[in-house]
Design a protein around this ligand. Structure first.
Ligand code: TIU
Length: 220
């Protein structure tokens, strides 16, 4: 059993390789490229785009270590029958045609994961209709079947889908390590607050660390 210890906040994060999954949240063109959902919401997507190389380094190290890998995508069915009225009322760009196809719709170019982080055969690609990766998906049963106990979490956006996913995971008994520079929010204030909200109060939702600390121990 390969056991690892990463320097983290609020204290060292211990994990067993075979019981750990790398979860990459919503690194889709819709959030990381121009003309997608992120921009339609009035955001500058520079921060989300800028973490792609860091997430790629973590993904490469996880692949090298033979870690279980899950990629998530937020999006909806083409007929939009799974979009709650309450979501549509506030985000009526969903389903509109943009430069990358219909915004946040499964099967469209903009909905897919950026080229640099393209999933490999055998890695789980999980489509989710909400912000959290556990809501209306089979993620919990997949992780249970694989005997996963710990999650290393990267992706976008930190305060929205990453946070919701970590909160859902924490309540289900998983220990979560969020990578501070492997996640991004559109606004640096949200990034800072989101990191603190995970590791505060002795790790109320989990642990946080930086990519260099994780990569250092994964490459040993
Ligand atoms: N708007 C925003 O910050 N995020 C989302 O809508 N989805 C995800 O975080 N993936």
């Amino acid at each position: 059993m390969s056991k690892y210890q990463v320097e983290a906040k609020p204290f060292t994060f211990d994990f067993e390789l075979k019981k750990t999954a790398l979860v990459i949240v919503d690194m889709q063109r819709d959030f990381c490229e121009f003309g997608g959902f992120g921009e339609a919401l009035g955001n500058d997507i520079t921060p989300t785009k800028s973490i792609i190389p860091t997430v790629r380094k973590i993904l490469d190290a996880a692949r090298e270590a033979d870690m279980f890998i899950v990629h998530t995508r937020e999006g909806h069915r083409p007929d939009m029958s799974d979009v709650p009225k309450a979501k549509m009322r506030r985000f009526n760009s969903i389903g509109e045609v943009g430069p990358m196809g219909r915004i946040l719709i499964r099967g469209e170019y903009g909905h897919d994961i950026v080229d640099e982080l393209k999933p490999l055969k055998g890695e789980v690609v999980l489509d989710k209709p909400g912000k959290g990766a556990f809501y209306q998906t089979d993620l919990h049963s997949i992780l249970q079947n694989k005997q996963i106990e710990s999650l290393i979490v990267c992706g976008v956006t930190t305060h929205v889908c990453v946070h919701t996913t970590i909160r859902e995971a924490n309540d289900r008994g998983y220990e979560c390590l969020m990578i501070e520079d492997g996640t991004a929010a559109f606004d640096p204030r949200d990034q800072e607050a989101a990191i603190r909200m995970i590791n505060q109060q002795n790790g109320i939702f989990g642990w946080t660390t930086t990519s260099d600390k994780l990569l250092k121990i994964l490459k040993k």
